[in-house]
Ligand binder design. Sequence first.
Ligand code: G6P
Length: 368
Amino acid sequence: EQIKKGDFDHFMKKEIHEQPDSLTTSMRGRLKDGVVGLGGLKDHMRTIRRSRRIIFIGCGTSYHAALAARPIMEELTDIPVTMEIASDMLDRKALVFKEDTAVFVSQSGETADTLLALDYALENGALCVGVTNTVGSTLARKTHCGVHINAGCEIGVASTKAYTCQIVVMVMIALAIGSDKMSTLAKREAIIAGLIKLPEKVRDVLKLDGEMKALAESLIKEQSLLMFGRGNNYATALEGALKVKEVALMHSEGMLAGEMKHGPLALVDEHLPIIVIATQDDSFSKQQSVIQQLHARKGRLIVMCSKGDVNLVCPDGNSRVIEVPQIVDCLQPIINIVPLQLLAYHLTVLRGYDVDQPRNLAKSVTTQ
Ligand code: G6P
């Protein structure tokens, strides 16, 4: 039944709209009385807590999911987290030590680059953890331990519900590793309260569908679309841009807003559309100043902000605004990606391209 489109024209649209349910399934049985229980990790928890470093490894959307979870993993565990794109890890023969915990993230569990990086980390003696959607996959079998994301079958080549479920699972992993720390108790409680509200908030943000279609109509002829994010939402900018380029076949780049003044600012004029992610968190005031700098260069802005913040991000009413529900900072990327998934979807349909089978791409890349 899951592999039928039902009332939807495309699998991508169906999978975007399934996210409240897939997130619920991902969390099912894992949150009890304010405590996270992840059966697949419990025998290795002592080793993970003692590791000198956590390395997140993946490709494409799975890499972005890991990047989104990086800040909370560092905050709750006090263990440094480094990021590796699987192919680059192999190209560099990156240093991996016995004291490392290497977390491999892959929807399919069969991506060749990720599996080769796994072999490499196993040879170097790291504890290898898998985060995958596919029970019985090579990744699930070869890692020492892991967590299934339980997002349900994903058919659209552009990953949507697997991305948000990967983030939720990695937030739960961070909660589980950090559960022995009194100093972060209040934050952990806030996250657990956020997880409980998350499916409802995703349902809420899905109501922006019509608004995102209208935005797509205004962008249909553009050559390029930039997205600026930072902190928790750096990954949102990268992933939003990846969706637009892979399905809508439009050039799009996600950029770290802190790097804007070191180059990208030269591109800004009144024509190039720029999405700035400026929802509430510790980076908000920095994003406000990015918005001011872009306005000063007459940038054509589309600002994503928390509900009720329109006057803070756009006092002169001179940009287009996407208002999204607010949630605890580490879960905000799950909310924020949804309008960008919808935007990519509508841009693709309006531009007349194949949504579920984009040109030249495969769901699972099993060759190097
Ligand atoms: C391919 C797909 C992407 C996906 C990436 C990693 O490039 O087109 O959507 O993000 O592989 O796949 P994985 O199964 O390892 O998450």
